[in-house]
Design a protein around this ligand. Structure first.
Ligand SMILES: Nc1ncnc2c1ncn2[C@@H]1O[C@H](COP(=O)(O)OP(=O)(O)OP(=O)(O)O)[C@@H](O)[C@H]1O
Ligand SMILES: [Mg+2]
Length: 284
Protein backbone atom coordinates (compact mmCIF):
# COMPACT_ATOMS: atom_id res chain seq x y z
CA UNK A 1 0.00 0.00 0.00
CA UNK A 2 2.75 2.35 0.97
CA UNK A 3 4.56 1.74 -2.29
CA UNK A 4 1.38 2.17 -4.32
CA UNK A 5 0.62 5.47 -2.60
CA UNK A 6 4.03 6.82 -3.44
CA UNK A 7 3.66 5.71 -7.03
CA UNK A 8 0.21 7.34 -7.29
CA UNK A 9 1.68 10.56 -5.87
CA UNK A 10 4.49 10.43 -8.40
CA UNK A 11 2.08 9.89 -11.30
CA UNK A 12 -0.03 12.89 -10.22
CA UNK A 13 3.09 14.96 -9.78
CA UNK A 14 4.43 14.01 -13.22
CA UNK A 15 1.05 14.78 -14.83
CA UNK A 16 0.98 18.19 -13.09
CA UNK A 17 4.50 18.94 -14.25
CA UNK A 18 3.50 18.13 -17.79
CA UNK A 19 0.53 20.50 -17.64
CA UNK A 20 2.44 23.28 -15.94
CA UNK A 21 4.70 24.97 -18.48
CA UNK A 22 4.59 24.65 -22.24
CA UNK A 23 6.84 27.43 -23.53
CA UNK A 24 10.21 26.57 -25.00
CA UNK A 25 13.23 27.93 -23.11
CA UNK A 26 14.83 31.04 -24.65
CA UNK A 27 17.95 30.69 -26.81
CA UNK A 28 19.72 33.59 -25.11
CA UNK A 29 19.46 35.28 -21.73
CA UNK A 30 19.14 38.84 -22.96
CA UNK A 31 17.81 40.18 -19.66
CA UNK A 32 19.54 37.59 -17.52
CA UNK A 33 17.59 35.99 -14.69
CA UNK A 34 15.46 38.01 -12.27
CA UNK A 35 14.33 36.75 -8.91
CA UNK A 36 11.41 38.77 -7.51
CA UNK A 37 10.06 38.51 -3.97
CA UNK A 38 11.05 34.87 -3.84
CA UNK A 39 10.10 32.88 -0.75
CA UNK A 40 10.27 29.14 -0.40
CA UNK A 41 9.42 26.42 2.12
CA UNK A 42 10.10 22.76 1.33
CA UNK A 43 6.94 20.70 0.74
CA UNK A 44 5.47 19.56 4.06
CA UNK A 45 7.24 22.26 6.03
CA UNK A 46 6.21 25.76 7.11
CA UNK A 47 9.71 27.06 7.66
CA UNK A 48 10.82 29.59 5.05
CA UNK A 49 14.22 28.49 3.77
CA UNK A 50 14.32 31.53 1.45
CA UNK A 51 12.53 34.70 2.51
CA UNK A 52 11.76 37.63 0.22
CA UNK A 53 14.75 37.38 -2.13
CA UNK A 54 15.14 40.01 -4.89
CA UNK A 55 18.07 39.48 -7.19
CA UNK A 56 19.21 40.14 -10.75
CA UNK A 57 21.69 37.82 -12.42
CA UNK A 58 23.06 39.94 -15.25
CA UNK A 59 23.55 38.26 -18.64
CA UNK A 60 27.10 37.00 -19.10
CA UNK A 61 27.93 37.37 -15.43
CA UNK A 62 29.73 35.14 -12.99
CA UNK A 63 27.95 35.15 -9.65
CA UNK A 64 29.07 33.61 -6.38
CA UNK A 65 26.69 32.75 -3.57
CA UNK A 66 28.10 32.62 -0.06
CA UNK A 67 26.64 32.08 3.39
CA UNK A 68 26.83 29.75 6.34
CA UNK A 69 25.62 26.14 6.29
CA UNK A 70 21.85 26.02 5.88
CA UNK A 71 21.56 29.62 4.62
CA UNK A 72 19.66 28.42 1.54
CA UNK A 73 22.35 28.54 -1.17
CA UNK A 74 21.67 25.10 -2.64
CA UNK A 75 17.93 25.65 -2.36
CA UNK A 76 18.19 28.85 -4.39
CA UNK A 77 19.98 27.16 -7.29
CA UNK A 78 17.52 24.26 -7.20
CA UNK A 79 14.69 26.75 -7.67
CA UNK A 80 16.56 28.29 -10.61
CA UNK A 81 16.85 24.80 -12.10
CA UNK A 82 13.06 24.44 -11.67
CA UNK A 83 13.45 21.42 -9.42
CA UNK A 84 11.01 23.16 -7.06
CA UNK A 85 8.49 25.93 -7.62
CA UNK A 86 8.60 29.13 -5.52
CA UNK A 87 6.12 29.31 -2.61
CA UNK A 88 5.84 33.05 -3.26
CA UNK A 89 7.30 35.43 -5.83
CA UNK A 90 8.68 34.49 -9.22
CA UNK A 91 11.74 33.81 -11.31
CA UNK A 92 12.03 35.44 -14.74
CA UNK A 93 14.27 33.86 -17.34
CA UNK A 94 14.93 36.14 -20.30
CA UNK A 95 11.66 37.92 -19.37
CA UNK A 96 9.56 34.72 -19.12
CA UNK A 97 8.20 33.35 -15.87
CA UNK A 98 10.06 30.10 -15.22
CA UNK A 99 6.71 28.58 -14.22
CA UNK A 100 5.51 28.88 -17.84
CA UNK A 101 8.59 27.24 -19.37
CA UNK A 102 8.58 23.58 -20.25
CA UNK A 103 10.75 21.93 -17.57
CA UNK A 104 12.59 19.62 -19.97
CA UNK A 105 13.27 22.48 -22.36
CA UNK A 106 14.73 24.67 -19.57
CA UNK A 107 16.82 21.83 -18.14
CA UNK A 108 18.26 21.32 -21.62
CA UNK A 109 19.84 24.75 -21.14
CA UNK A 110 21.31 23.94 -17.73
CA UNK A 111 24.53 22.35 -16.81
CA UNK A 112 26.77 21.94 -13.81
CA UNK A 113 27.00 19.89 -10.67
CA UNK A 114 24.88 19.88 -7.53
CA UNK A 115 26.30 19.41 -4.08
CA UNK A 116 24.25 16.23 -3.56
CA UNK A 117 25.30 14.60 -6.83
CA UNK A 118 24.57 10.97 -7.66
CA UNK A 119 27.14 8.19 -7.94
CA UNK A 120 26.22 6.46 -11.18
CA UNK A 121 27.73 2.98 -11.06
CA UNK A 122 28.11 2.59 -14.81
CA UNK A 123 31.10 2.32 -17.11
CA UNK A 124 33.02 5.59 -16.80
CA UNK A 125 32.08 6.52 -20.37
CA UNK A 126 28.39 6.47 -19.47
CA UNK A 127 28.71 7.80 -15.92
CA UNK A 128 30.05 11.00 -17.50
CA UNK A 129 28.32 10.80 -20.89
CA UNK A 130 24.79 10.81 -19.53
CA UNK A 131 25.26 14.52 -18.84
CA UNK A 132 24.11 14.84 -22.45
CA UNK A 133 22.12 11.75 -23.40
CA UNK A 134 22.51 12.32 -27.14
CA UNK A 135 26.30 12.14 -26.76
CA UNK A 136 26.43 9.30 -24.28
CA UNK A 137 28.56 7.10 -26.57
CA UNK A 138 30.63 9.90 -28.05
CA UNK A 139 34.12 9.18 -26.68
CA UNK A 140 35.81 12.44 -27.74
CA UNK A 141 32.94 14.41 -26.16
CA UNK A 142 33.35 12.52 -22.89
CA UNK A 143 37.12 12.98 -22.96
CA UNK A 144 36.69 16.71 -23.52
CA UNK A 145 34.29 16.98 -20.55
CA UNK A 146 36.71 15.08 -18.31
CA UNK A 147 39.51 17.37 -19.40
CA UNK A 148 37.45 20.49 -18.66
CA UNK A 149 36.61 19.20 -15.21
CA UNK A 150 40.31 18.78 -14.49
CA UNK A 151 39.88 15.02 -14.12
CA UNK A 152 42.47 13.79 -16.65
CA UNK A 153 44.60 12.40 -13.82
CA UNK A 154 41.66 10.36 -12.54
CA UNK A 155 40.95 8.92 -16.00
CA UNK A 156 44.60 7.98 -16.43
CA UNK A 157 44.46 6.01 -13.18
CA UNK A 158 41.42 3.91 -14.10
CA UNK A 159 42.53 0.40 -15.14
CA UNK A 160 40.43 0.35 -18.34
CA UNK A 161 40.09 4.06 -18.93
CA UNK A 162 36.61 4.98 -20.11
CA UNK A 163 35.61 1.30 -20.12
CA UNK A 164 36.21 0.91 -16.39
CA UNK A 165 33.15 -0.28 -14.49
CA UNK A 166 32.50 1.93 -11.45
CA UNK A 167 31.24 0.66 -8.09
CA UNK A 168 32.82 -2.11 -6.00
CA UNK A 169 29.67 -4.28 -6.06
CA UNK A 170 30.06 -4.98 -9.79
CA UNK A 171 32.37 -7.56 -11.39
CA UNK A 172 35.74 -5.85 -11.87
CA UNK A 173 34.11 -2.68 -10.53
CA UNK A 174 36.39 0.02 -9.19
CA UNK A 175 35.40 2.04 -6.14
CA UNK A 176 36.25 5.72 -6.17
CA UNK A 177 36.93 8.13 -3.34
CA UNK A 178 34.36 10.86 -2.62
CA UNK A 179 36.53 13.45 -4.33
CA UNK A 180 36.92 11.23 -7.41
CA UNK A 181 33.16 10.67 -7.67
CA UNK A 182 32.73 14.39 -7.38
CA UNK A 183 35.19 15.05 -10.20
CA UNK A 184 33.18 12.74 -12.45
CA UNK A 185 30.00 14.58 -11.45
CA UNK A 186 31.63 17.85 -12.53
CA UNK A 187 32.74 16.24 -15.80
CA UNK A 188 29.15 15.09 -16.36
CA UNK A 189 28.14 18.70 -15.89
CA UNK A 190 30.43 19.71 -18.73
CA UNK A 191 28.90 17.38 -21.32
CA UNK A 192 26.57 20.11 -22.58
CA UNK A 193 29.01 22.53 -24.13
CA UNK A 194 26.76 25.60 -24.37
CA UNK A 195 24.43 25.88 -21.38
CA UNK A 196 22.68 29.16 -20.60
CA UNK A 197 23.03 28.57 -16.88
CA UNK A 198 26.02 26.81 -15.38
CA UNK A 199 25.57 25.88 -11.71
CA UNK A 200 28.51 24.73 -9.64
CA UNK A 201 27.39 24.01 -6.08
CA UNK A 202 30.57 23.38 -4.10
CA UNK A 203 31.74 21.08 -6.88
CA UNK A 204 35.29 21.14 -5.78
CA UNK A 205 34.98 20.72 -2.03
CA UNK A 206 37.34 17.80 -2.41
CA UNK A 207 40.01 19.88 -4.14
CA UNK A 208 42.58 22.12 -2.55
CA UNK A 209 41.89 25.85 -2.58
CA UNK A 210 44.39 26.66 -5.33
CA UNK A 211 43.04 24.06 -7.76
CA UNK A 212 39.50 25.24 -7.09
CA UNK A 213 40.20 28.87 -7.83
CA UNK A 214 42.16 27.91 -10.98
CA UNK A 215 39.23 25.86 -12.27
CA UNK A 216 36.72 28.57 -11.47
CA UNK A 217 38.81 31.20 -13.21
CA UNK A 218 38.74 29.08 -16.37
CA UNK A 219 34.94 28.72 -16.25
CA UNK A 220 34.55 32.43 -15.67
CA UNK A 221 36.75 33.31 -18.66
CA UNK A 222 34.88 30.91 -20.92
CA UNK A 223 31.54 32.44 -19.87
CA UNK A 224 32.62 36.04 -20.39
CA UNK A 225 33.59 35.35 -24.00
CA UNK A 226 30.12 34.13 -24.95
CA UNK A 227 27.29 36.09 -26.55
CA UNK A 228 24.30 34.06 -25.41
CA UNK A 229 24.31 35.70 -21.97
CA UNK A 230 25.39 32.55 -20.15
CA UNK A 231 25.24 32.96 -16.38
CA UNK A 232 27.68 31.05 -14.20
CA UNK A 233 26.79 30.51 -10.54
CA UNK A 234 29.35 29.23 -8.09
CA UNK A 235 28.66 28.29 -4.51
CA UNK A 236 31.75 28.02 -2.39
CA UNK A 237 32.87 28.52 1.18
CA UNK A 238 36.30 29.57 -0.07
CA UNK A 239 36.66 33.30 -0.28
CA UNK A 240 39.84 33.01 -2.32
CA UNK A 241 37.66 31.58 -5.13
CA UNK A 242 34.62 33.73 -4.53
CA UNK A 243 36.45 37.05 -4.96
CA UNK A 244 36.89 36.44 -8.72
CA UNK A 245 33.11 36.71 -9.31
CA UNK A 246 31.48 39.77 -10.90
CA UNK A 247 28.89 39.73 -8.18
CA UNK A 248 28.77 38.10 -4.79
CA UNK A 249 25.45 37.32 -3.13
CA UNK A 250 25.50 36.91 0.64
CA UNK A 251 22.72 34.84 2.21
CA UNK A 252 22.21 34.74 5.95
CA UNK A 253 19.47 32.73 7.64
CA UNK A 254 17.23 32.55 4.53
CA UNK A 255 17.57 36.25 3.71
CA UNK A 256 19.71 38.09 1.22
CA UNK A 257 21.85 40.50 3.21
CA UNK A 258 24.34 41.94 0.69
CA UNK A 259 25.30 41.88 -2.98
CA UNK A 260 28.23 43.45 -4.77
CA UNK A 261 31.72 42.83 -6.07
CA UNK A 262 34.47 41.76 -3.70
CA UNK A 263 35.82 45.33 -3.56
CA UNK A 264 32.37 46.84 -2.96
CA UNK A 265 31.53 44.40 -0.20
CA UNK A 266 34.91 44.85 1.50
CA UNK A 267 34.43 48.63 1.44
CA UNK A 268 31.00 48.19 2.98
CA UNK A 269 32.48 46.56 6.09
CA UNK A 270 29.42 44.32 6.49
CA UNK A 271 28.79 40.61 6.77
CA UNK A 272 30.96 39.63 3.79
CA UNK A 273 33.92 41.64 5.04
CA UNK A 274 33.61 39.96 8.46
CA UNK A 275 33.48 36.47 6.98
CA UNK A 276 36.35 37.24 4.61
CA UNK A 277 38.62 38.46 7.41
CA UNK A 278 37.87 35.48 9.64
CA UNK A 279 38.86 33.13 6.81
CA UNK A 280 41.95 35.12 5.78
CA UNK A 281 43.15 34.92 9.38
CA UNK A 282 42.68 31.13 9.38
CA UNK A 283 44.96 30.78 6.34
CA UNK A 284 47.76 32.93 7.72
N1 LIG B 1 14.86 18.36 0.78
C1 LIG B 1 14.71 19.15 1.86
N2 LIG B 1 13.58 19.06 2.61
C2 LIG B 1 13.41 19.85 3.69
N3 LIG B 1 14.29 20.78 4.10
C3 LIG B 1 15.42 20.90 3.42
C4 LIG B 1 15.70 20.10 2.25
N4 LIG B 1 16.92 20.45 1.76
C5 LIG B 1 17.36 21.44 2.58
N5 LIG B 1 16.48 21.71 3.56
C6 LIG B 1 16.62 22.76 4.61
O1 LIG B 1 16.72 24.02 3.97
C7 LIG B 1 17.67 24.85 4.61
C8 LIG B 1 18.66 25.38 3.59
O2 LIG B 1 19.39 24.29 3.06
P1 LIG B 1 20.41 24.45 1.86
O3 LIG B 1 20.85 23.09 1.49
O4 LIG B 1 19.81 25.30 0.80
O5 LIG B 1 21.60 25.26 2.56
P2 LIG B 1 23.05 25.65 2.01
O6 LIG B 1 23.17 27.13 2.18
O7 LIG B 1 23.26 25.09 0.67
O8 LIG B 1 24.00 24.94 3.10
P3 LIG B 1 25.46 24.22 2.91
O9 LIG B 1 26.47 25.31 2.96
O10 LIG B 1 25.54 23.34 4.12
O11 LIG B 1 25.45 23.47 1.63
C9 LIG B 1 18.28 24.03 5.73
O12 LIG B 1 17.66 24.42 6.95
C10 LIG B 1 17.91 22.61 5.39
O13 LIG B 1 17.71 21.86 6.54
MG1 LIG C 1 24.49 23.68 -0.09
Amino acid sequence: MDGAQRLAWLEDYAAGEHEAGKLAAPETLADGIRVEGLSFAYPGSEKLVLDGIDLHFEPGSVVAIVGENGAGKSTLVKLLAKLYAPSKGRILVGGQDLRDLDSASWRGKLSGAFQDFFKFEFKTQHAVGLGDLAKMDDRPAVERAINEAGADDLLARLPRGLDTQLGAAWPEGVELSFGQWQKLAVARGFMRPTPLLLILDEPTAALDAETESGLFERYAQAARKRRDGRITILISHRFSTVRIADKIVVLDGSRLVETGSHAELMAKEGRYADLYRIQAKGYR
